[in-house]
Design a protein around this ligand. Structure first.
Ligand SMILES: [Zn+2]
Length: 316
């Protein structure tokens, strides 16, 4: 299948705004596959706090319109849950009026990668119109925890990496038992640990579980209850077991992936991530540190091989 045959205008449902608790909104971008992330926002009397931007200029502007439809207040704070471009490429559309907050590693990674990021995005997802993107990093950073207040409502930003990446922050609103999880939670989509840690992610899920959240806004996919944590953990343990068996048999991650029956996980979007996930699990079997630098370019190339040479399906 060539790039031209990817239905860039595929009929996806329009983004959906879900008020999960009074003044707390998820902006669900269906179908949650590559680069279709879920930003969120908290509308207070004196300001809006947004959590994540979108991947493209067009999608970020639509998100901003959705916010303006609900609140007349400006977005004064934008939180980045992690450094990935689908959550941060739209930062520049907020940065005139808003302080952008993220983990110190998130700022460092975005700044480090900035010169190559637009070209890399075009190469990875050639069918996407990114718009006039300028890469902007968080200007306010923290290490472990930071509390923001929307009026009297506390938003606790908690660093949980290495997990999906080395830059992951969740947003916990204890009074409402809501977690805005970023990509610590994929719902109906395949988790992707290549740039983080499989084992660390399992620990991060336990930290989220211990909060006692009743509502979880995932980074991708529909709003969920705490049971979604079990789904993500089940998948990550499945990856670890496949890696263990594959390593003992002397197989490469790609060979393991090709022979692997994904079972119920095959229904989740972006199943080729199994290849990248196995590369990360192999690194951990070699006792390399969680979140260590590994050869992600090879892993991405092998994900395309696994897909029969097709580009990654991206409808952003
Ligand atoms: Zn991500």
């Amino acid at each position: 299948m060539s790039t031209e045959q990817i239905p860039a205008d595929a009929q996806l449902p329009a983004p959906e705004i879900v008020e999960v608790s009074d003044g707390i909104f998820a902006y669900i971008q269906h179908d949650g596959s590559w680069c279709l992330n879920n930003p969120a926002f908290v509308a207070a009397a004196d300001q809006v706090i947004a959590i994540d931007a979108c991947a493209t200029e067009r999608r970020t502007r639509l998100f901003q319109e959705a916010i303006a439809h609900i609140s007349e207040q400006p977005v004064r704070t934008l939180v980045n849950t992690h450094a990935h471009l689908d959550h941060t490429f739209g930062n520049y559309l907020f940065s005139e009026d808003a302080v952008i907050v993220g983990h110190a590693n998130c700022r460092a990674e975005i700044l480090h990668d900035a010169p190559e990021l637009p070209a890399r995005a075009r190469q990875m997802f050639p069918s996407v119109d990114w718009g006039d993107v300028e890469v902007v990093a968080p200007s306010l950073t923290f290490e472990e925890r930071l509390s923001l207040y929307a009026g009297r409502l506390e938003l606790q930003l908690i660093y949980v990496s290495p997990a999906h990446t080395n830059t992951d922050v969740i947003v916990w609103l204890p009074e409402r038992k809501v977690v805005i999880a970023g990509d610590i939670v994929f719902h109906k989509g395949t988790p992707f640990a290549l740039m983080g840690s499989v084992a660390g992610w399992l620990d991060a899920l336990e930290r989220v579980r211990a909060l006692g959240a009743e509502t979880i806004i995932p980074g991708h996919g529909p709003v969920a209850g705490p049971e979604v944590l079990d789904d993500v953990a089940d998948y990550l343990r499945f990856v670890q077991q496949a890696a263990q068996a594959g390593a003992e048999a002397g197989a490469t991650p790609l060979e393991v992936a090709r022979d692997l029956d994904l079972g119920r996980f095959a229904e989740w979007t972006d199943s080729e991530r199994i290849v990248g996930n196995l590369h990360r699990a192999y690194s951990e079997l070699r006792n390399e540190p969680r979140g260590a630098n590994i050869d992600t370019a090879t892993a991405f190339a092998q994900m395309l091989d696994y897909n029969g040479g097709q580009p990654l399906r991206c409808l952003a």
